[in-house]
Write a protein that binds this ligand. Structure first.
Ligand code: GLA
Length: 363
């Protein structure tokens, strides 16, 4: 096998939790999230024979010539990485071929952005192998385009920004219109518990893209450039709106307002206030956006009854996946065990429960 050059390189990108700002990113809104202490690693070396070889311990091996770069139907998992290769080449990065080993410990398809972590770990790996200066936000957007073009999910840029810009013990605020990024210290006495519902999300199956269309249609009905430009008070005055339009808009508008309030609360160290907003957010997902599931609702309602819990909600796209629970750090392990046991009793599934630390991003 010819072509392997240079010493091995290694990159890591974390998963993320979305704390608030659900489905606001592609509506030019604001988001609040955090990188977590689980992620994806890419290690490998450069080749000069035009071959791409990617090996994942969980998914298998793919080997293709660069000249045949296109989305693969037979190994869809690799499309996140191949999409990134495509975008970087289009940005002028001189990729000559490479070998990459992919490992990780972030749950896949659980709403923790294993996909953005894979994209970013791949992008940073390639930019080390084939050096090129790109601004971090440009890298995040290239990864988002990879997902649009090679995976078929019209996702916003929330995941990539938080995966890249996260900082240990800080929440990340991102304004998708102005592109302002702010790091806000996270109260040290609080912890985040991520609980998988046991139902994988299937983003590309269409619900996600449908919500994108519905919210953009709502903006058109309201005659604004994006739902970012609407306030709850504006919506309350519009009794003429069709029910579906009102509910979809109410979710996005409410989420933007919750993010703004949460930033103030976090800056004042008010975890109780943040927790309340997270629980309100879940209720809006359930009633207005219909991106929750009975399993996610069950996890949230069990969590909300446990002493030491400040709030809980689904995290990420929804339609399955995981919840995030905000709680007192000293009770986190106890809460995690109780949550897991009660969910197993009521639902027959023992969920994976992770007490997460807020970690550094990939940049
Ligand atoms: C997924 C997408 C993000 C965002 C969230 C919902 O994680 O990848 O862009 O839209 O769903 O907030």
């Amino acid at each position: 096998m010819g072509g392997t050059l240079v010493s091995r390189l290694f990159t890591h990108a974390p998963g993320r939790v979305e704390l608030l700002g659900n489905h606001t990113d592609y509506n030019e809104g604001v988001v609040l999230g955090a990188a977590i202490d689980r992620g994806i690693n890419v290690a490998g070396s450069c080749r000069d024979d035009g071959m791409i070889q990617i090996h994942s311990h969980g998914f298998g091996k793919v080997e293709i010539p660069l000249s045949e770069l296109r989305p693969r139907n037979e190994a869809r998992w690799v499309n996140y990485a191949l999409g990134v290769v495509r975008e970087l080449i289009d940005l002028g990065v001189l990729v000559s071929g490479f070998h990459a080993e992919v490992t990780g410990d972030v749950p896949i398809g659980a709403g923790l952005s294993s996909s953005a972590a894979f994209e970013l770990a791949t992008a940073l790996f390639l930019l080390k192998l084939f050096p090129r200066e790109l601004a971090p936000l440009e890298i995040a957007k290239a990864c988002q385009r990879a997902e649009h073009r090679y995976v078929g999910v019209q996702s916003g840029v929330l995941d990539q920004v938080i995966v890249l810009f996260g900082q240990a013990n800080h929440a990340v605020f991102f304004d998708c219109r102005s592109e302002e990024i702010r790091l806000i210290p996270f109260p040290p006495d609080l912890a985040l518990i991520v609980t998988e519902s046991g139902k994988e999300r299937a983003l590309a199956s269409g619900e996600y893209n449908l919500r994108r269309e519905e919210t953009h249609a709502a903006a058109r009905v309201l005659a604004v450039p994006a739902l970012r430009d609407v306030m709850s008070a504006d919506l309350a005055r519009r009794s003429d709106l069709p029910n579906l339009v009102r509910r979809r808009a109410a979710h996005v508008v409410g989420e933007n307002e919750r993010v703004w309030r949460a930033v103030k609360l976090l800056e004042a160290g008010d975890g109780i206030g943040l927790g309340k907003l997270m629980s309100e957010s879940h209720e809006s997902s359930r009633q207005n956006f219909e991106n929750s599931t009975p399993e996610l609702d069950l996890l949230v309602s069990i969590a909300q009854e446990l002493p030491g819990v400040l709030g809980a909600r689904l995290t990420g796209a929804g339609f399955g996946g995981a919840t995030v629970t905000l709680c007192q750090r000293e009770l986190a392990q106890e809460i995690a065990t109780e949550l897991s046991e009660r969910y197993a009793t009521e639902n027959g599934i023992t969920p994976r429960v992770l007490v997460c630390d807020i970690a550094d991003g990939a940049a």
